[in-house]
Design a protein around this ligand. Structure first.
Ligand code: FES
Ligand code: MG
Length: 604
């Protein structure tokens, strides 16, 4: 196996790209590697200068509108790279678009991850700018950088400008759930429905609500992987392009310093991410993605740590769906540094956590004030106390999470009002096998759904769907919405959109398709959820449970649809459950491969 060569004049740093472009041990291969990268005008002098070669992992394209503005921003990234003495090589990443990809973008996160690993490892790159934005693009890029472990920095594309409709803020996704309810209740027609939904997307950028995109971009900053203040800048702002330039400059320095993801993403950084996630009201997708990144960088992180480190943290950020504001407001109020500073004053942040600019989280965020305390609340006047997730387990699943910060007073009154048992509820289960089943039957009066019913969605996990779709949040039947019931308890083995404000129990692992407890649940069963004890159980006897499992397995297990593509089959064979980050199980055996495996062998 060849090793990275030194610069032939002996003055350059020991960069891995030298093994391609300037390898004294194998000069004839050097010629082969050089000639093709010269064919569009790069000079031999540049490629052999000993300057760091920096990849720009481009996630934007016409198929990925949320990230498309990165195509423009990459010009400023290049200028920063060039100015700092590096050479930029931009390359495409498999598109992952949350609202366009069927059956779910969740299927593609691991595919983009695999692709990125091959590119970062197999090409002459000394560092990489990870362009992030739409939900799964952020984890896919961070997971890939973690596995390869070459110097890497993330750059958010930034949220869209605020949406408005008749003077009211309309937020991405959140308005869709609301508009669907309004249409189901007959309050608006189809034309106004479309108009209302489209008003939430007024510019380039990603979802302007605190959905999975704003969550994951904020957490990329909380993890230390973006320059401070980068996450919240709206996509069209001039500051965004300036941040692109500064990010390009910084990655060159990082390549020269050999500052790698494993130097930055320490256990402290992951705990900070959990704490910040609670304070911003982050998406229920965050544990899946953050746990996946942790597994690829080799940091131990259990699902229970989300409750341990996160549950007691208050909700500070007043963004939809939990609150009222949107991305522009979050930026003007101070973004992630202001949130971190407020949490730091309470001792909730691991201040020594390293970040990409070479300073600690504490150094970066200390004294960054909240500029509008309607949007980012003070710690002593939060939106909600104890805003983190609760982790539940029982005979229904080994683990699932619930975002308790979105429990409305009305929901609490309806489900959690027994004074002898204040944080528990019990009800009749109505079970759906996939969203098609739900759409077909939800308004059927024969199901006898009432305001205390628990709706279940199964077959929606990483294997079952496949890819784990955001289909667990289900609206109540129209007859209940008309009576003013806007949310029923929803439980499932799939995910929920981060833009949805439903108090659902999500990410149930193992899923029905892995013959988890949901697979033996029947409509009509009584189910009890206890948020204090963290229990979720079907109220049937042990014998009954054993009998049902026996029958299930005798029947070949829980049924799910056939594979439609090769990747669906491959992913189903190797994917882990949501509680474990839904990573590809064999992939976590590959850790820090730029160091542990050296440079790949020559190709000719
Ligand atoms: Fe892409 Fe929300 S759909 S960011
Ligand atoms: Mg979504």
């Amino acid at each position: 196996m060849s090793k990275p060569g030194g610069n032939s004049n002996g003055t350059g740093p020991n960069l891995r790209s030298r093994a391609w472009f300037d390898n004294p041990e194998n000069p004839d291969m050097t010629a082969l590697y050089l000639e093709r990268y010269m064919n569009y005008g790069l000079s031999r002098e540049e490629l052999q200068s000993g300057k760091p070669i920096i990849g720009i992992a481009q996630t934007g394209s016409d198929l990925s509108p949320c990230n498309r503005h990165h195509v423009i921003l990459a010009e400023r990234v290049r200028e920063g790279i060039r100015e700092a003495g590096g050479i930029a090589l931009e390359f495409p990443v498999h598109p992952i678009q949350e609202t366009g990809k069927r059956p779910t973008a969740g299927l593609d996160r691991n595919l983009a991850y695999l692709g990125l690993v091959e590119v970062l490892y197999g090409y002459p790159l000394d560092g990489v700018v990870l362009t992030i934005g739409c939900d799964k693009t952020t984890p896919a890029m961070l997971m890939g950088a973690a596995t390869v472990n070459i110097p890497a920095i993330a750059l958010s594309v930034g949220p869209m400008l605020n949406g408005y409709h008749r003077g009211e803020r309309t937020g991405s996704g959140t308005i869709v759930w609301k508009a669907r309810e309004m249409m189901a209740a007959g309050e608006i027609g189809y034309e106004e429905f479309i108009e209302l939904v489209a008003s939430s997307a007024p510019s380039v950028g990603y979802c302007n609500t605190m959905g999975t995109a704003t969550t994951m971009n904020s957490l990329a900053e909380a993890l230390g992987m973006q320059l401070p203040g980068s996450a919240a800048i709206p996509a069209p702002h001039r500051d965004r392009a300036e941040m692109a330039y500064r990010t390009g400059k910084r990655i060159v320095e990082m390549a020269l310093e050999d500052l790698k993801p494993s130097d930055i993403m320490t256990k402290d950084n992951f705990i900070n991410a959990i704490v910040v996630n609670s304070a911003i009201g982050g998406s229920t997708n965050a544990p899946i993605h953050i746990n996946a990144i942790a597994r690829h960088i080799g940091v131990e992180l259990e699902i229970d740590e989300w409750q341990e480190h996160g549950h007691h943290v208050p909700l500070l950020v007043n963004l939809q769906p939990a609150g009222e504001y949107l991305g522009e407001d979050y930026f003007r109020a101070g973004g992630v540094p202001a949130v971190v500073n407020e949490l730091m004053a309470q001792g909730l942040i691991r201040e020594n956590a390293p970040t990409v600019n070479g300073k600690t989280m504490g150094e970066n965020c200390r004294n960054t004030p909240i500029l509008d305390d309607n949007v980012i609340k003070r710690f002593d006047n939060p939106m909600k106390k104890d805003a983190g997730f609760v982790v539940l387990r029982g005979n229904l699943f080994d683990n699932a999470i619930m975002k308790t910060s979105v429990i409305s007073p009305e929901f609490k009154e309806r489900y959690l009002s027994n004074p002898d048992d204040p944080n528990a509820f019990e009800g009749k289960a109505v079970v759906f096998d996939g969203p098609e089943d739900y759409h077909e039957r939800i308004d059927d009066p024969a199901l006898e759904i009432d305001e205390h019913t628990l709706l279940f969605m199964r077959g929606a996990g990483p294997i079952g769907y496949p890819g784990a779709a955001e289909v667990v949040n289900m609206r109540p039947p129209a007859y209940l919405i008309k009576k003013g019931v806007h949310a029923l308890a929803c439980i499932g083995d799939g995910r929920q959109s981060g833009t949805s404000g439903s108090p659902s129990i999500l990410n149930a692992s193992p899923e029905a398709a892995a013959n988890g407890g949901l697979a033996i649940l029947k409509s009509g069963d009584r189910v009890r959820i206890d948020l204090n004890r963290g229990d979720a159980n079907i109220l049937i006897s042990e014998d009954e449970i054993a009998e049902r499992y026996q029958a299930l397995l005798a029947d070949g297990g829980y049924k799910y649809p056939d594979h439609q593509t090769p990747w669906q089959e491959i992913q189903r064979n190797y994917v882990d459950q949501l509680g474990n980050g839904a990573v590809l199980k064999p992939a976590v055996n590959y850790q820090r491969i730029a160091q542990s495996k050296g440079v790949p062998r020559d190709n000719h």
